[in-house]
Design a protein around this ligand. Structure first.
Ligand SMILES: [Mg+2]
Length: 203
């Protein structure tokens, strides 16, 4: 078998985004979550939704594209030409909202459902993450970031116990939405919603 072509893979990812299919696929999933939330609130209770941040609430597409989908952590972020260091990009706090997810979060607030962000971003990135979420139009109940010193094999090893803590506080998590399976695995949510991410994989 011939080796897969990285050039061709990147071409396909760009075509997926530029054609509008990426946005449409996100909207289809988020619409299902909104419909479930809308039907579920009638049952009452201390309800909550849990949202991931990167490629769920916020889009890092400008930085991903500036790096031609390479993963560059250190250094400054030069847009649009690149390279764009991830740390600098996060500190710039300029990521746009992923609109169908913003609509889901706003619906939750309107229906008095608590909104929790649960992200693998480290605690030291709290200030720019809060600034970015606010600029993007989000309002929330709490933002849960990963402790700076914590490393886990899977993001689920951090995120599932954090969801359990919310349940121990009396919340029923009706919707958990993320772009990685590790955002969703491990239970503690009535429904899980997987957004597409053709750019990167996080265990
Ligand atoms: Mg994510």
């Amino acid at each position: 078998m011939a080796a897969p072509s990285l050039v061709e893979a990147k071409r396909q990812v760009n075509a997926y985004v530029d054609s509008g299919r990426y946005e449409a696929d996100i909207a289809a999933v988020a619409d299902q979550a909104r419909a479930y939330l809308e039907s579920r609130v009638r049952g009452g209770g201390k309800l909550a939704i849990v949202l991931d941040v990167d490629e769920t609430a916020l889009s890092n597409l400008p930085s991903l594209r500036a790096n031609d989908y390479g993963f560059i952590i250190p250094g400054p972020c030069d847009l649009p030409g690149g390279p764009c260091g991830l740390g600098a990009w996060i500190r710039m706090a300029q990521a746009d909202a992923i609109k169908p997810v913003l609509a889901l979060a706003r619906l939750a607030r309107e229906r008095s459902v608590a909104v929790f962000f649960l992200t693998g971003r480290p605690e030291r990135a709290r200030a720019p993450t809060e600034r970015n979420l606010r600029t993007a139009g989000y309002e929330w109940t709490a933002l849960i970031l990963k402790p700076d010193a914590l490393t886990t094999k899977s993001a689920a090893d951090f995120k599932a116990p954090e969801r359990k803590k919310l349940i121990d506080q009396g919340y029923t998590i009706i919707v958990n939405i993320g772009d990685q399976m590790s955002d969703l695995e491990g239970g503690f949510a009535e429904r899980t919603y997987k957004l597409p991410n053709p750019f990167y994989f996080l265990p």
